[in-house]
Ligand binder design. Sequence first.
Ligand code: MG
Length: 263
Amino acid sequence: MKRAAAALAALALCAYAPAMAQPTPSPTPGAKPQDTEQWKPVPPVVTPGATDAAPPSDAIVLFGGKDLSEWVSTKDHTPAQWQVKDGVIVVSKTAGNIETRRSFRNYQLHLEWRVPTDVTGSGQARGNSGLFLASTGPGDLGYELQILDSYKNETYVNGQAASLYKQAPPLVNAMRPPGQWQTYDVVWTAPTFDAAGKVKTPAKVTAFHNGVLVQNDFVMAGETLYIGKPYYKAYDRAPIKLQAHGDPSPPISFRNIWVRELP
Ligand code: MG
Protein backbone atom coordinates (compact mmCIF):
# COMPACT_ATOMS: atom_id res chain seq x y z
CA MET A 1 0.00 0.00 0.00
CA LYS A 2 2.79 2.32 0.98
CA ARG A 3 4.52 1.71 -2.30
CA ALA A 4 1.31 2.35 -4.19
CA ALA A 5 0.84 5.62 -2.36
CA ALA A 6 4.40 6.66 -3.16
CA ALA A 7 3.87 5.79 -6.81
CA LEU A 8 0.68 7.84 -6.84
CA ALA A 9 2.48 10.80 -5.26
CA ALA A 10 5.23 10.51 -7.88
CA LEU A 11 2.59 10.44 -10.64
CA ALA A 12 0.93 13.51 -9.19
CA LEU A 13 4.29 15.27 -9.14
CA CYS A 14 4.85 14.35 -12.80
CA ALA A 15 1.47 15.79 -13.69
CA TYR A 16 2.46 19.09 -12.12
CA ALA A 17 5.99 19.07 -13.48
CA PRO A 18 5.23 21.14 -16.63
CA ALA A 19 3.97 23.95 -14.43
CA MET A 20 7.25 24.10 -12.49
CA ALA A 21 10.21 26.15 -13.64
CA GLN A 22 12.56 24.14 -15.85
CA PRO A 23 16.31 24.51 -15.49
CA THR A 24 17.88 26.06 -18.58
CA PRO A 25 19.72 23.26 -20.43
CA SER A 26 23.41 23.96 -20.78
CA PRO A 27 24.98 23.37 -24.23
CA THR A 28 26.90 20.19 -24.86
CA PRO A 29 30.57 20.80 -23.98
CA GLY A 30 32.46 21.79 -27.14
CA ALA A 31 29.31 22.83 -29.03
CA LYS A 32 29.88 25.69 -31.50
CA PRO A 33 27.46 28.27 -32.99
CA GLN A 34 28.24 26.83 -36.45
CA ASP A 35 26.81 23.44 -35.43
CA THR A 36 23.27 24.80 -35.71
CA GLU A 37 23.67 26.92 -38.86
CA GLN A 38 21.89 25.70 -42.03
CA TRP A 39 23.39 26.86 -45.35
CA LYS A 40 21.69 24.64 -47.93
CA PRO A 41 19.34 24.57 -49.77
CA VAL A 42 19.27 28.31 -50.37
CA PRO A 43 15.66 29.61 -50.63
CA PRO A 44 14.88 30.75 -54.19
CA VAL A 45 14.78 34.49 -54.81
CA VAL A 46 11.28 35.89 -55.38
CA THR A 47 10.93 39.51 -56.40
CA PRO A 48 7.96 41.02 -54.59
CA GLY A 49 5.42 43.16 -56.42
CA ALA A 50 5.54 46.96 -56.31
CA THR A 51 2.95 46.73 -53.53
CA ASP A 52 2.01 43.76 -51.33
CA ALA A 53 -1.16 43.37 -53.42
CA ALA A 54 0.76 43.07 -56.70
CA PRO A 55 1.82 39.62 -57.87
CA PRO A 56 5.36 38.56 -56.92
CA SER A 57 7.65 37.17 -59.61
CA ASP A 58 6.70 33.51 -59.08
CA ALA A 59 2.92 34.05 -59.10
CA ILE A 60 0.49 32.77 -61.73
CA VAL A 61 -1.76 35.72 -62.58
CA LEU A 62 -5.33 34.43 -62.81
CA PHE A 63 -6.78 37.85 -63.60
CA GLY A 64 -4.68 40.93 -64.24
CA GLY A 65 -7.33 43.27 -65.64
CA LYS A 66 -7.50 42.08 -69.26
CA ASP A 67 -9.40 38.91 -69.96
CA LEU A 68 -10.75 35.65 -68.60
CA SER A 69 -8.32 33.40 -70.49
CA GLU A 70 -7.42 31.59 -67.25
CA TRP A 71 -11.11 30.83 -66.50
CA VAL A 72 -13.75 28.43 -67.78
CA SER A 73 -17.39 27.78 -67.06
CA THR A 74 -17.74 25.20 -64.27
CA LYS A 75 -20.63 23.41 -65.91
CA ASP A 76 -19.10 22.62 -69.30
CA HIS A 77 -15.52 23.95 -69.24
CA THR A 78 -16.17 26.32 -72.17
CA PRO A 79 -14.61 29.83 -71.96
CA ALA A 80 -15.93 31.80 -68.98
CA GLN A 81 -18.81 34.13 -69.88
CA TRP A 82 -18.57 36.67 -67.04
CA GLN A 83 -18.07 40.28 -68.11
CA VAL A 84 -14.76 42.14 -68.04
CA LYS A 85 -15.41 45.90 -67.80
CA ASP A 86 -12.96 48.69 -66.94
CA GLY A 87 -10.34 46.15 -65.88
CA VAL A 88 -12.58 44.26 -63.45
CA ILE A 89 -14.64 41.07 -63.65
CA VAL A 90 -18.38 41.39 -63.06
CA VAL A 91 -20.21 38.23 -62.02
CA SER A 92 -22.81 36.98 -64.49
CA LYS A 93 -25.42 35.24 -62.37
CA THR A 94 -27.05 33.64 -65.41
CA ALA A 95 -23.77 32.22 -66.75
CA GLY A 96 -23.11 30.27 -63.52
CA ASN A 97 -19.91 29.52 -61.62
CA ILE A 98 -16.49 29.88 -63.25
CA GLU A 99 -13.25 28.15 -62.33
CA THR A 100 -9.59 28.18 -63.27
CA ARG A 101 -8.35 26.25 -66.29
CA ARG A 102 -5.45 25.04 -64.19
CA SER A 103 -5.66 22.79 -61.17
CA PHE A 104 -3.81 23.30 -57.92
CA ARG A 105 -2.79 21.48 -54.77
CA ASN A 106 -1.31 23.76 -52.06
CA TYR A 107 -1.07 27.48 -52.67
CA GLN A 108 -1.07 31.10 -51.54
CA LEU A 109 -3.83 33.15 -53.18
CA HIS A 110 -4.58 36.87 -53.44
CA LEU A 111 -7.99 38.05 -54.63
CA GLU A 112 -9.89 41.35 -54.50
CA TRP A 113 -13.67 41.75 -54.57
CA ARG A 114 -16.17 44.59 -54.34
CA VAL A 115 -19.82 44.76 -53.39
CA PRO A 116 -21.56 47.46 -55.47
CA THR A 117 -22.77 50.61 -53.70
CA ASP A 118 -26.31 49.95 -54.94
CA VAL A 119 -26.40 46.51 -53.29
CA THR A 120 -29.85 45.42 -52.11
CA GLY A 121 -31.25 42.60 -49.96
CA SER A 122 -30.27 41.24 -46.58
CA GLY A 123 -28.72 38.17 -44.96
CA GLN A 124 -27.45 35.68 -47.53
CA ALA A 125 -29.23 37.58 -50.33
CA ARG A 126 -26.89 40.59 -50.24
CA GLY A 127 -23.79 40.40 -52.44
CA ASN A 128 -23.42 36.64 -52.07
CA SER A 129 -20.62 34.97 -54.02
CA GLY A 130 -17.84 32.63 -52.94
CA LEU A 131 -14.23 31.64 -53.38
CA PHE A 132 -13.97 27.87 -53.64
CA LEU A 133 -10.45 26.98 -52.57
CA ALA A 134 -10.83 23.67 -54.37
CA SER A 135 -13.62 22.95 -56.84
CA THR A 136 -14.27 19.22 -56.59
CA GLY A 137 -17.18 19.06 -59.01
CA PRO A 138 -20.03 20.96 -60.68
CA GLY A 139 -22.16 23.62 -59.00
CA ASP A 140 -21.05 24.48 -55.48
CA LEU A 141 -19.07 21.32 -54.79
CA GLY A 142 -15.82 22.03 -52.96
CA TYR A 143 -14.49 24.18 -50.13
CA GLU A 144 -16.04 27.66 -49.96
CA LEU A 145 -14.58 30.73 -48.31
CA GLN A 146 -17.72 32.86 -48.21
CA ILE A 147 -18.06 36.16 -50.04
CA LEU A 148 -20.98 38.31 -48.89
CA ASP A 149 -21.76 41.89 -47.92
CA SER A 150 -21.21 41.54 -44.17
CA TYR A 151 -21.07 45.27 -43.51
CA LYS A 152 -23.92 45.75 -41.01
CA ASN A 153 -25.76 42.78 -42.47
CA GLU A 154 -26.80 40.08 -40.02
CA THR A 155 -26.79 36.42 -41.01
CA TYR A 156 -25.67 33.14 -39.45
CA VAL A 157 -22.05 33.76 -38.46
CA ASN A 158 -20.66 30.65 -40.12
CA GLY A 159 -22.12 32.03 -43.36
CA GLN A 160 -20.90 35.64 -43.17
CA ALA A 161 -18.01 37.01 -45.24
CA ALA A 162 -14.69 35.21 -44.59
CA SER A 163 -16.40 32.22 -43.00
CA LEU A 164 -15.56 28.75 -44.19
CA TYR A 165 -19.12 28.10 -45.14
CA LYS A 166 -21.03 26.41 -42.29
CA GLN A 167 -17.77 25.27 -40.65
CA ALA A 168 -15.95 28.29 -39.23
CA PRO A 169 -17.06 31.88 -38.61
CA PRO A 170 -14.28 34.43 -39.23
CA LEU A 171 -12.30 35.35 -36.09
CA VAL A 172 -13.43 38.97 -36.61
CA ASN A 173 -15.55 40.94 -39.08
CA ALA A 174 -13.03 42.99 -41.12
CA MET A 175 -15.54 44.06 -43.77
CA ARG A 176 -15.30 47.38 -45.59
CA PRO A 177 -18.54 49.07 -46.70
CA PRO A 178 -20.05 48.45 -50.16
CA GLY A 179 -18.24 50.27 -52.97
CA GLN A 180 -14.79 49.66 -51.48
CA TRP A 181 -12.42 46.89 -52.57
CA GLN A 182 -11.87 44.00 -50.17
CA THR A 183 -8.85 41.69 -50.22
CA TYR A 184 -8.55 38.02 -49.39
CA ASP A 185 -5.12 36.48 -48.85
CA VAL A 186 -5.37 32.76 -48.33
CA VAL A 187 -3.01 29.88 -47.61
CA TRP A 188 -4.66 26.62 -48.65
CA THR A 189 -3.26 23.27 -47.62
CA ALA A 190 -5.09 20.65 -49.63
CA PRO A 191 -6.26 17.44 -47.99
CA THR A 192 -4.38 14.26 -48.83
CA PHE A 193 -5.89 10.80 -49.27
CA ASP A 194 -4.60 7.24 -49.25
CA ALA A 195 -5.05 4.82 -52.16
CA ALA A 196 -8.43 3.76 -50.75
CA GLY A 197 -9.63 7.39 -50.71
CA LYS A 198 -9.43 7.76 -46.92
CA VAL A 199 -8.22 11.11 -45.53
CA LYS A 200 -4.52 11.02 -44.63
CA THR A 201 -4.27 14.71 -43.69
CA PRO A 202 -7.20 17.16 -43.59
CA ALA A 203 -7.44 20.46 -45.48
CA LYS A 204 -6.27 23.57 -43.62
CA VAL A 205 -6.98 27.25 -44.21
CA THR A 206 -5.31 30.44 -43.06
CA ALA A 207 -6.95 33.60 -44.37
CA PHE A 208 -6.64 37.38 -44.07
CA HIS A 209 -9.53 39.73 -44.92
CA ASN A 210 -8.27 43.23 -45.68
CA GLY A 211 -5.00 42.29 -43.98
CA VAL A 212 -6.71 41.07 -40.81
CA LEU A 213 -6.36 37.42 -39.74
CA VAL A 214 -9.78 35.78 -40.03
CA GLN A 215 -8.94 32.04 -40.26
CA ASN A 216 -5.94 30.72 -38.36
CA ASP A 217 -4.81 27.32 -39.63
CA PHE A 218 -8.41 26.06 -39.47
CA VAL A 219 -8.76 22.31 -39.97
CA MET A 220 -11.67 21.55 -42.31
CA ALA A 221 -14.12 18.76 -41.48
CA GLY A 222 -14.63 18.14 -45.21
CA GLU A 223 -16.22 20.00 -48.10
CA THR A 224 -18.56 22.90 -47.32
CA LEU A 225 -22.21 21.95 -47.66
CA TYR A 226 -25.44 23.97 -47.77
CA ILE A 227 -27.33 21.14 -46.09
CA GLY A 228 -25.92 18.41 -43.87
CA LYS A 229 -22.63 17.53 -42.21
CA PRO A 230 -19.35 18.01 -44.10
CA TYR A 231 -17.46 15.00 -45.41
CA TYR A 232 -14.36 14.38 -47.52
CA LYS A 233 -14.24 13.11 -51.07
CA ALA A 234 -10.83 12.13 -52.44
CA TYR A 235 -9.27 14.34 -55.12
CA ASP A 236 -5.74 15.22 -56.20
CA ARG A 237 -5.54 18.65 -57.86
CA ALA A 238 -8.53 20.97 -58.26
CA PRO A 239 -9.43 24.28 -59.91
CA ILE A 240 -10.20 27.42 -57.91
CA LYS A 241 -13.84 28.47 -58.38
CA LEU A 242 -15.87 31.70 -58.11
CA GLN A 243 -19.56 31.54 -57.31
CA ALA A 244 -22.43 33.02 -59.30
CA HIS A 245 -24.95 33.00 -56.46
CA GLY A 246 -28.61 33.12 -57.42
CA ASP A 247 -29.67 35.88 -55.00
CA PRO A 248 -31.34 38.87 -56.75
CA SER A 249 -28.91 41.56 -55.46
CA PRO A 250 -26.72 43.34 -58.07
CA PRO A 251 -23.57 41.38 -58.98
CA ILE A 252 -20.22 41.87 -57.25
CA SER A 253 -16.86 42.41 -59.01
CA PHE A 254 -13.40 40.88 -58.83
CA ARG A 255 -9.90 42.09 -59.73
CA ASN A 256 -6.22 41.29 -59.17
CA ILE A 257 -6.26 37.53 -58.65
CA TRP A 258 -2.98 35.63 -58.40
CA VAL A 259 -1.74 32.39 -56.95
CA ARG A 260 1.63 30.97 -55.86
CA GLU A 261 1.91 27.21 -55.83
CA LEU A 262 3.40 25.76 -52.66
CA PRO A 263 5.11 22.41 -52.10
MG1 MG B 1 -21.52 32.05 -51.25
